[in-house]
Design a protein around this ligand. Structure first.
Ligand SMILES: [Zn+2]
Length: 211
C-alpha cells in the first residue's frame, strides 16, 4: 500500500498495484473471473478490518464466498445471512461452510457487559449477551476478560453453526453431497486459524455432517 494521505486515493492506487501484479503473475486471471465463480468455501466471518479472509488464508478472488457482520453472528431470522447461505450452498454448491470468530473481537468484548451501545447494536448483540448469561459460571472461572471474550467468541461460533444446521439448504446439501460445517477462531496476535471442535460433530474435528 502506498503512502498517500487520502484513504480513497490510497485504495485506488492500491487497486492499480493489485491489478497490475495479478495480471503479471497470470495474464488470464481477470478474464477467468469474468466466466463465473466456483468457490468451494462459504466463509461467515466478523466485519473486523483485521481479518480479510482472502488475505489471511492466502487465497485469491474467486476462492471464498463471504458473509461478514459484527461478531460473525448467524441469527435464525437474519434474511441477509440466510440468503448468502442459500445462494452459496444451493446455487454455487460450496463444499464447506466456515464460521470464523476471532480473538480481540469488539463484539465479543462488548457482550461481556450490558453497556448501552445504541439500539441497533444492542439488538444485534443481544443473542451474544444471552450466551454470556447462559455460560456465566464457566466464564467467571476464566482469568481475565481477554480469555472470557475468546470463550464467548467460541460459543458464538458454535451457536452460529447450530443455526446453520437448521437451514434447509444446509440440511439438504449435508445429506445429499456431504457439505460440512467448520468452526474456527482466528488469533489476531499470531495471524493463525484454530479449528474448533463442534459439539455433536460426527468426527469431532470441526466437521459436522448428518450422515
Ligand atoms: Zn469481531
Amino acid at each position: 500500500m502506498t503512502a498517500l494521505a487520502d484513504p480513497i486515493d490510497r485504495i485506488v492506487a492500491g487497486n492499480r498495484v493489485f491489478a497490475q501484479k495479478t495480471s503479471e503473475a497470470n495474464p488470464n486471471a481477470f478474464l477467468e473471473l469474468t466466466k463465473g465463480q466456483w468457490p468451494e468455501i462459504l466463509w461467515v466471518g466478523c466485519a473486523d478490518s483485521r481479518i480479510p479472509e482472502t488475505t489471511v488464508c492466502d487465497c485469491m478472488p474467486g476462492d471464498i464466498f463471504v458473509h461478514r457482520n459484527i461478531a460473525n453472528c448467524v441469527h435464525p431470522d437474519d434474511v441477509s445471512a440466510a440468503s448468502v447461505v442459500e445462494y452459496a450452498v444451493t446455487h454455487l454448491r460450496v463444499k464447506k461452510v466456515v464460521v470464523c470468530g476471532h480473538t480481540k473481537c469488539g463484539g465479543a468484548i462488548a457482550s461481556l457487559s450490558d453497556a448501552d451501545l445504541g439500539t441497533t447494536l444492542n439488538t444485534w448483540l443481544h443473542p451474544v449477551r444471552e450466551l454470556r448469561r447462559k455460560h456465566k459460571a464457566e466464564l467467571e472461572k476464566l482469568p481475565d476478560n481477554d480469555a472470557r471474550a475468546v470463550r464467548v467468541a467460541e460459543l458464538n461460533v458454535l451457536q452460529a453453526i447450530d443455526v446453520l444446521k437448521q437451514h434447509p439448504a444446509v440440511k439438504k446439501a449435508a445429506s445429499e453431497r456431504n457439505l460440512t460445517l467448520h468452526g474456527m477462531i482466528y488469533d489476531l496476535g499470531k495471524g493463525q486459524l484454530r479449528v474448533l471442535e463442534v459439539t455433536g460433530g460426527k468426527k469431532g474435528n470441526g466437521l459436522w455432517s448428518p450422515n
